[in-house]
Design a protein around this ligand. Structure first.
Ligand SMILES: C[S@@+](CC[C@H](N)C(=O)[O-])C[C@H]1O[C@@H](n2cnc3c(N)ncnc32)[C@H](O)[C@@H]1O
Length: 203
């Protein structure tokens, strides 16, 4: 991420959007909080505000959160000091949770993607890894930025994203069943730019 996007992510406005709109929407799409004792993984946790919402609002008992950027993990460590017994943070790649956490197949009840998979050049590998570490019946919660948004002048001028093989909402949704992920109920789409939903690991 470039400096402008880092500033946009480390920002009270981003936190308010996540707290007041995104998480309530995702909770509705996921059918409510996680079951008691649930263990979650978070891909690309950034400064850890979403991690806290996974604990407080989705009611996860434990979260393993990974980010490629050591600066973000340092910020998350500071933010989550009080929750450190319930959170494990690692610098690492969302496409390889075995290296980051030793995550076995089916290790988690839920995996969270808060606006991160569009940053990964091999986005299909990130979906494959999310599916691998989910137990059957587990939940994949996603909030994504599509190729439609990334093609907008504002995104191209201000931010730095992979430019090839970006996904539309339809392409992202079509990829889910290839990894045993079935969309649960309805989705929220915002102008073809953003896609929010939840999917169940089917087998
Ligand atoms: C747009 S930010 C989102 C941060 C946070 N999830 C949020 O919603 O505020 C994307 C984050 O993904 C991280 N990231 C990018 N590629 C990654 C990868 N392959 N594995 C893990 N994290 C990655 C970036 O360092 C950045 O912190």
């Amino acid at each position: 991420m470039n400096r402008i996007e880092k500033a946009a992510i480390n920002n009270p406005a981003r936190r308010a959007l996540q707290r007041l709109y995104e998480v309530p929407t995702l909770l509705r799409l996921a059918g409510g909080p996680l079951p008691p004792g649930a263990k979650a993984a978070e891909l690309g946790c950034g400064p850890g505000y979403g991690t806290r919402l996974i604990l407080d609002r989705f009611k996860a008992a434990h979260v393993d959160a990974v980010d490629l950027d050591p600066y973000m993990i340092t910020r998350a460590q500071r933010r989550l000091t009080a929750e450190r017994h319930r959170v494990r943070l690692a610098v690492g790649d969302a496409t390889d949770l075995r290296t980051a956490f030793g995550a076995a197949d089916g290790a988690y009840d839920a995996v969270f993607d808060f606006a991160i998979i569009h940053h990964i050049p091999d986005w299909r590998a990130a979906l494959a890894e999310a599916a691998r570490v989910l137990r059957p019946g587990g939940t994949f919660v996603f909030e994504e930025v599509t190729a439609h948004a990334l093609a907008r002048p504002s995104y191209r001028i201000l931010f730095d994203h992979p430019t090839e093989d970006r996904f539309t909402a339809e392409e992202f949704l079509a990829e889910l069943p290839r990894h045993g992920l079935a969309v649960r109920g309805s989705l929220t789409r915002i102008q073809g730019d953003y896609l929010l939903g939840a999917a169940t690991r089917t087998d």
